[in-house]
Design a protein around this ligand. Structure first.
Ligand code: HQG
Length: 181
C-alpha cells in the first residue's frame, strides 16, 4: 500500500470510528477541525500537510471525505460507527439495491436480517459490481438483491450519502434474496 493510501486509511479510521487516534473530537455533525486534524496526525508520527490532505480528499476512489466551503472543517460522508448526524438526505430508492457480503454470514443474515453491525446503517449499492467488491472484502462473496422499492412503500426510510452509498437502518429477510453475480 502506498503512503497516501495508508494516510487515507488512517483518516478514515479517525473520521468514522476513532477520532481519539489523532487526539481530536468530532462535532455532532461529524466535522473535524482541519488544523486540529493535521496537527493530530503529525503528532502520531505520520507526515501530512494541507496540500496532501486536499489531494487525498480530491482523489479518494470512493469520495469518502468532504470539506466545508472554506476548508476549515472535514468529515467522512458515510461509514461511521460513532453516532454523528452527517445530515443525510432522505430519498426514494430505486426498485432494487444490492448488498455484498460473505457466504459465512448468510445463515445469520437469513435469520436476523441485515443489521448495521458496528456501523450506524446497513450499506447498500446501486449496482451488483460495487456490491461484489464489498462482499469480497469479507471472504467468499455473495450478493443480496434488496427489494428497496417495496421496503420504501412499506414505510422504511432510505438515505443517499454525498458519495452515492445507499443507507438504511435494517433490512428484514423478507425483503431480499441471494443471487448469483
Ligand atoms: C454483515 C466499505 C451476520 C454484512 C464499503 C457485512 C461499504 C451480518 C458485515 C462500507 C448481519 C459488516 C460498508 C447479520 C449484516 N449477521 N452478519 N445479521 N447483518 N452482516 O464493513 O456493508 O471502503 O460494517 O453483510 O464500500 O461490508 O470502508 O459493512 O458483511 O460501503 O469506505 O456484517 O464499507 O466502504 O461489515 O461495508 P461492514 P459493509 P469503505
Amino acid at each position: 500500500m502506498g503512503n497516501l493510501d495508508k494516510l487515507s486509511k488512517f483518516i478514515s479510521l479517525v473520521l468514522r470510528h476513532q477520532p481519539d487516534a489523532a487526539h481530536i473530537t468530532l462535532d455532532e455533525h461529524g466535522w473535524a477541525n482541519v488544523e486540529e486534524l493535521l496537527t493530530g496526525i503529525n503528532e502520531t508520527g505520520r507526515k501530512i500537510d494541507m496540500e496532501t490532505l486536499e489531494g487525498i480528499v480530491a482523489t479518494d476512489n470512493k469520495q469518502r471525505y468532504s470539506f466545508n466551503q472554506d476548508k476549515t472543517l472535514i468529515r467522512a460522508n458515510q461509514g461511521h460507527s460513532i453516532p454523528v448526524d452527517v445530515e443525510l438526505k432522505e430519498q426514494e430508492p430505486p426498485e432494487f439495491l444490492y448488498h455484498g457480503t460473505a457466504t459465512r454470514f448468510l445463515d445469520s443474515i437469513m435469520n436476523e436480517g441485515l443489521k448495521p453491525m458496528s456501523r450506524l446503517y446497513v450499506h447498500l449499492s446501486k449496482d451488483i459490481e460495487t456490491a461484489l467488491k464489498v462482499g469480497k472484502r469479507h471472504g467468499e462473496p455473495v450478493i443480496l438483491k434488496i427489494h428497496s422499492g417495496v421496503m420504501y412503500k412499506d414505510g422504511y426510510k432510505f438515505y443517499l450519502s454525498e458519495n452515492g452509498v445507499w443507507l438504511t437502518k435494517k433490512v428484514d429477510a423478507k425483503y431480499f434474496e441471494a443471487i448469483r453475480d
